[in-house]
Design a protein around this ligand. Structure first.
Ligand SMILES: [Fe+2]
Length: 284
């Protein structure tokens, strides 16, 4: 399997703090059947993308792993105006190994409709966008039709493995399972940050998908689609996304879930602002 969302690089964000932990995380990934990890350090206000440091740590980790775990370098790309302008001006700087597939992350607090315009700007620059864990943004769970529109406009979807079996709360579990039922998921990944707190347990997600949707789907989400993204190959045909083009409303309704969202139910990008940048970006 290939895990395309993983905070394996040490000392660059809230993922692995040191080389020793990174090596242990890689070992746990290998135990889970993972042979290749895409390192996705944050690029947000709290953890700016320090390219020279990231390149240095990536080279050190590659040397330490000595080929027993394949590695790629990418980014957990937060959708700020600054990031968007930089990525648009420097294709394909933040994408997986610079080959075009870009992992994008939204704000927890607000996702305005103008996000579609911002995404189009990146797509026009040549990126293929992968929406990371849509099931974990409270701001998106309240307007799931916005995700449908993003998919119709060509974005791909990566769900966190643990969301499917309830690790991120009932809302994320319900939403991600409906996405699975509808063939709206293209990738499963761990978004691992540590060995115990947010571990790289991809096999559990693979087994869950294999049981609920069949081995073929599990292979597609954990092996073949991730390989396409790592290689930067053209996106292949996928199973029919049920209810997408004929706009069948999702069964999921956030209001059915009582109580406040769990603290870890959203993304891991604090300081993301409240969408005001879109106003500055597009003047509305
Ligand atoms: Fe992440």
């Amino acid at each position: 399997m290939i895990d395309i969302h993983h905070h394996l690089l040490f000392g660059v964000d809230d993922g692995s703090p040191d080389l020793e932990t990174s090596l242990e995380m890689a070992r746990v990934s290998a135990e889970n059947g993972v042979t290749h990890i895409v390192c996705t350090p944050h690029a947000n206000s709290q953890y700016p993308y320090n390219a020279p440091l990231i390149a240095e740590r990536y080279a050190e980790l590659c040397a330490e792993l000595d080929g027993w775990m394949g590695l790629s370098l990418a980014c957990d790309f937060h959708m700020t105006a600054e990031n968007i302008y930089d990525a648009a001006a420097n294709p394909w700087r933040y994408s997986i190994d610079g080959k075009g597939y870009l992992m994008i992350e939204f704000s927890n607090t607000a996702i305005p409709p103008q996000i579609i315009d911002a995404m189009f700007m990146l797509q026009s620059a040549g990126y293929t966008l992968i929406i990371t864990h849509p099931e974990r943004y409270p701001a998106l769970l309240g307007q799931p039709e916005l995700l449908a529109e993003m998919i119709r406009k060509g974005s791909l979807v990566q769900v966190t493995s643990g969301s499917l079996y309830g690790r991120f709360g009932k809302m994320a579990e319900a939403f991600s399972n409906e996405l699975l039922d509808r063939n709206w998921i293209h990738f499963l990944a761990t978004d691992a940050h540590s060995i115990t707190g947010r571990p790289p347990h991809l096999k559990k997600g693979y087994d869950y998908v294999a049981q609920c949707a069949g081995v073929e789907t599990a292979e597609r989400l954990c092996v073949t689609n991730p390989l396409v993204a790592v290689e930067g190959a053209p996106w292949p045909p996928q199973p029919e996304p049920l209810g997408l083009w004929d706009r069948v409303p999702l069964k999921f309704h956030a209001k059915r879930f009582a109580g406040p969202p769990r603290r870890d139910a959203g993304n891991d990008a604090p300081g993301s602002g409240k969408g005001g940048f879109f106003k500055r970006l597009f003047g509305r």
